[in-house]
Design a protein around this ligand. Sequence first.
Ligand SMILES: [Mn+2]
Length: 354
Amino acid sequence: MKLSFRWYGPQDSIPLAYIAQIPTVHGVVSAVYDVPPGEVWSRESIRSLKEQANAHGLAFECVESVPVHEDIKLGKPSREKYLDAYCENIRRLGEQGVKCVCYNFMPVFDWLRSDLHAPAPDGSDSLVYREEQVRAMDPRAGGLSLPGWDESYTPEGLNRLLDEYAVMTGEDLFRNLKVFLDAVIPVCEQADVRLAIHPDDPPWDIFGLPRIVTCEENLDRLLRLHPSPYNGLTLCTGSLGASRGNDVVRLTEKYASQGRVHFVHARNVRLEGERDFRETAHPSACGSLSLRGVLEALVRTGFDGYLRPDHGRMIWGETGKPGYGLYDRALGATYLSGLWEGLGGSSPERFTLA
Ligand SMILES: [Mn+2]
């Protein structure tokens, strides 16, 4: 297991020097964040991320994310050039030693919450999803702005995009995902870069848009779309676990034993209603998910991929990017590495410059 920590590049308020002080961290998960989806990343930008990480004794082997252009998800003729660009990014990342690339296939909107700073009785705050509040949101009306959303859309552009998706079904999305995988996976095999799809967050349709990476049946199906082991998963416990129908421990065991889990996002959520949840601290006792059970499954199956603490709460007066403060994620990292050691997992791999 390679314990990892997300770093938003030189713009991140959390310096690499702090991340390097978290015990047993192997490397950072990062990306070139200043290039629009569908464009090729410069070799210099990729190399620069790697050199900065390495200078702090941290690996840069896992990328989150290389975004998929909407035209690919929509299956438009213009997808060809975006597929070419995606393949070129995979080749360039492979050249720099990247082993795993995370992506998602969610139409228009990435992760969604109704509140980014919901206070808890202990004075911390965290991200919360309340179905009733989400139902009251109307992306077409404009004025909605939440981190995780692409801020570059004009109201007209967003409405046009929503219109294009309005006629699309989950079946269409699966068909377009297959075209994507058929184009990209052979390049991943050559470049030795594992592709790891992130589940939809939350794992159900929002705003009438189809979502497919939501449940066991669909995970089975997307893995069958391309049988290569390079077609794998980012097993995000908090995303899948937000749905009561998903037994995250069993899913971890199942897909890890198939060698299809390349990256794990470990976090906990407390389910407070059918479609209401709060992100909590990582320990099993703090939420509805057994992180112990998840790590047990990973130890049992000999997991040797990347694992990172996912979102954290805001604690100790810290301010910053919701879900991505330093303190609670660092607590999560030490909790996870403690669990790993206690459960008899192999020594955490440490990065050394070749
Ligand atoms: Mn995640």
